[in-house]
Ligand binder design. Structure first.
Ligand code: DLL
Length: 427
């Protein structure tokens, strides 16, 4: 599949697209209504280009369908359920049939194959096991591949390092920031790459950079590969880098990618950067057509040195909405504002700063103090700071640092306020 003639693959994609469009129209009221509203018939999809006639699906559509309204099969056919890492009220749910799990296992196994996996290998899987798709996605893939999975889940770094030295895993799977942290912790314990046996790492679920890749590779003595995926589509493995580390191969027999201009919503020509839109061609539990991922990337066609013919997507450099992923948790600025303004007398003039001083994300909220409080004593200021931090943490589920700044000191804007300064530099 990965090396097949691209023209033949297109035929397969079209055949699968027609089938999934019919399933979505017949079984999911949301799609039925959307098609009827614009007079679109299932038979109108006769070529891959016809996909552009289909309306987009957004995260809000999926939220509105919470929890199971997008499901296309009877409940007894659902085998596994996952949800996005959104905090209160923002989760999107994905339901998998047995066949969907097989597809997920297959693409995740391909990711392991791309990472030089061999059947005798052990995989230390430090993605979280739970509603998050990371842990189970890699787990399903490792089993399908025939490698041994060490289901560590995230956290407990000391134990992770012990297992890494004693069990001698060949492949590490976790977020890039945790890989970096593990590398540093290994060094602090007085060990180096020569004391472990890793050859590759499959890292994703958050934005990272080439600089970060170099540092991880040095610290752990491995080749670090990028893996992309999202709950709404399936989970990790929608695309993955091969050893060439030259873009992530999209598993095109299962997912049809398009790049759109997020403003005009026009499909862009090959090579242009824009928002990735994905259609699941084979998933039946919850068929998803033209999902706006909000992730910014570009597509690269043509054969890769590795021999695979699947289209590659370049590193994600940003999002077209305001969602931030901080320490793996989805955070919207609106949640921060809500938390801030729940505190009486807190000023609505604020700015969100996200940094990654070392390996972990830090979140700082700068809040202007109102003139009344400004003249107050230190104790009152400290209390204000504490209340704001607590209220925001409650809203987003993450610890935040609050800095109170002088009234009028934050920049004002005549158009949209610049609320978020993300200094993590993913470009
Ligand atoms: O993060 C699935 C996953 C697990 C991918 C393990 C890779 C490894 P969600 O929690 O639904 O699913 O978050 C999906 O995370 O839309 C991107 O914004 C971001 N993301 C995922 N992979 C990458 C990556 C999982 N390699 C959202 N580079 C996506 C940049 C990524 N961003």
């Amino acid at each position: 599949m990965e090396c097949m003639d691209p023209e033949e693959r297109k035929e397969l994609q079209l055949e699968r697209l027609k089938k999934v469009v019919k399933l979505a129209y017949d079984k999911v009221p949301f799609y039925h209504k959307k098609f009827d509203e614009i007079g679109l018939k299932v038979e109108d999809i006769q070529s891959l280009e016809d996909i552009q006639k289909i309306p987009f699906t957004t995260k809000d559509d999926l939220r509105a369908a919470y929890p199971f309204e997008m499901v296309a099969v009877p409940p007894e056919e659902i085998e596994e359920i996952h949800a996005s890492s959104g905090t209160t009220g923002t989760a999107t749910v994905t339901c998998y049939t047995k066949e969907d799990i097989d597809i997920w296992a297959e693409i995740s196994a391909r990711a392991i194959g791309m990472a030089e996996g061999e059947k005798r290998d052990k995989i230390q899987n430090c993605y979280g096991y739970g509603l998050f798709t990371g842990g189970f996605g890699i787990d399903h893939g490792a089993r399908k591949f025939g490698a041994a999975v060490i289901p560590m889940s995230s956290g407990n770094t000391k134990r992770q390092l012990e297992i890494m030295r004693d069990f001698k895993p060949a492949i590490l799977t976790c977020t890039p920031s945790y890989a970096m942290y593990l590398g540093e912790a290994l060094e602090e314990e007085g060990y180096g790459p020569e004391d472990i046996h890793l050859k590759t790492g499959i890292f994703g679920a958050e934005m990272w950079t080439e600089e970060m890749r170099k540092r991880i590779e040095e610290k752990l003595g491995i080749k670090a590969l990028n893996i992309y995926g999202l709950t709404e589509i399936i989970g990790p493995g929608v695309s993955n880098e091969c050893l060439e580390r030259n873009g992530m191969h999209i598993q095109e027999d299962h997912f049809y990618p398009e790049i759109i201009d997020p403003n005009t919503l026009e499909v862009l020509e090959d090579g242009k950067r824009g928002e990735l839109v994905l259609t699941c061609l084979t998933k039946t539990g919850m068929p998803i057509l033209r999902f706006r991922t909000r992730d910014v990337t570009s597509l690269v066609h043509g054969k890769c040195e590795c021999g695979r013919t699947t289209v590659r997507m370049t590193r994600i450099t940003g999002r077209t909405d305001d969602m931030m992923k901080i320490r793996g948790v989805m955070v919207f600025p609106s949640q921060i504002e809500r938390g801030l303004l729940k505190v009486s007398k807190a000023s609505p003039n604020y700015q969100i700063h996200v940094t990654r001083p070392d390996t972990l994300d830090e979140l700082e909220i700068k809040v202007e103090i109102t003139p009344e409080i400004f003249s107050d004593e230190m104790k009152a200021l400290d209390q204000m700071k504490y209340k704001i931090a607590k209220s925001i943490s409650k809203e987003i589920g993450l610890r935040v640092d609050v800095t109170l700044v002088e009234p009028g000191s934050l920049p004002r804007s005549e158009g949209k306020a610049v609320r978020v300064i993300d200094e993590r530099n993913f470009k």
